[in-house]
Ligand binder design. Sequence first.
Ligand SMILES: *Cc1c(COP(=O)(O)O)cnc(C)c1O
Length: 239
Amino acid sequence: MPPADRAATIARNVRAVRERIAGACDRAGRDPGAVRLVGVSKTFPVTYVQAAVAAGLTDLGENRVQEALAKVAQAADLGPITWHLIGHLQSNKARRAVVAMAWIHAVDSVGLLQRLERTAREEGATAEALVQVDLAGEEAKSGAPVDVVRQVLAAAAACRAVNVRGLMLLPPWSADPERTRPYFRRLRELRDQLADGGVPRQRLAELSMGMSNDFEVAVEEGATIVRVGTAIFGRRAAR
Ligand SMILES: *Cc1c(COP(=O)(O)O)cnc(C)c1O
């Protein structure tokens, strides 16, 4: 596709996704301003990021540290972008991630949180973090079981450079969003239980859930952050 056509397509897609988020908010009686759209640019070159930023998108997501660092550097001149690391983070990459990325979505252990906190302080950096929750047991590839989620939230009380803001979910994939809905609902219910159990509200304010295939259902169930790749940038080639 010629670059101009591609940019127009991406702009149209960003608008369409925003309209669908607004529709889901309408159905759920929610304020569309309370849902943050993260465009997931993984595998795509920085020209795609440029088109999305030109279309008004301010939040971009990557799932691999190496690729994220390269794209953050390439996109430095495009204006202010809030970068989200949405994939699994190995602790030996914590320092580089916490310096480059504004949000870290997949904190799944006390050890990783503490490593992020320590390296952020050493680097004079700050970051927003989410605790990735495993609600699927053996089916899940990543995330913390609920007892570990409680431990991470408790450990967050001692953090100053890393600000834990809520929960993140990557449910087992299904073509039918209605089959994913129960996972979204359970994440919201877990958030409510944790709040009732005394976890401070500001540490549970965000629910990062919903992708291209199911973000409307996620918004109906309370998502405050949706991570949308394909519906904005098109289909990815296999890695
Ligand atoms: C790739 C990815 C997404 C976006 O997926 P799409 O189906 O292309 O919207 C969202 N979240 C995570 C964690 C991802 O790795």
